[in-house]
Design a protein around this ligand. Sequence first.
Ligand SMILES: [Zn+2]
Length: 252
Amino acid sequence: MAIHKTEAIVIDRKDYRETSYLLSFFTADFGKIHAQAKGAKRKIDKFGSSFVPLSFNKIVFYESVQGNLNIISQADLIEHFGGIDKDIEKYCYGSYFLELINAAMGIGDKNKEIFTLLKNSLSFLDEDDKIPHIVQVFEIKFLNLSGVKPNLDCCVHCSSQILDKIKFSYVLGGLLCEKCFGFDQSAQDLMQGTIATLKHIEKMELEKIRGFKIVPSVFIELEKILRTFINYHLTGDFKSLELLKKVRFSYV
Ligand SMILES: [Zn+2]
């Protein structure tokens, strides 16, 4: 039975039998894994972590054989991101990041860049005042790294260069030139500024997120097309965004 050590962010924690937890992690070196923490509920000090979702830990686990569960043998909490826990909007954003990763990444799909993106985005959420576009920046960078990136370089149907009028086809996965509008009746109009912002965020270092501003009209369009694109291409259960809508509505 192989034993491994890795950094891991808790995606989900469920009670398992009387005393244990069944956990899902996104790890730096092994991608998404499921594992059991035996006795973690009964003996508080058995592990150096209580495996709260969103927390960042170092874990040691025995790899499963023949479809059995991986077994956690050691865990140390590195960061629990307390600033996210205290703010319901931040908590919804962080939970949404986990839902996206859960939807797009299969068991064992490892991607260290996505792990770093998640860890650093949670740090920004935790430490900073609200960054209104953190979700859009996460979505764009995540789509790029996970290989479901929309095509923004030319017309997705005929490959010709995009000139003035543009639509975004979430069904075909990118931009349509005016000649090809008829190939997807559901395609949505898109402003040049939105495309420029998308391309800018793709290349922007995450650390620049603090000083980066998006004009409101572009923000609204970006939010709409990213959400539609993600809902069409990823089968996920994005409950956190529904909760966020309710939270915002309750403020009004
Ligand atoms: Zn075209």
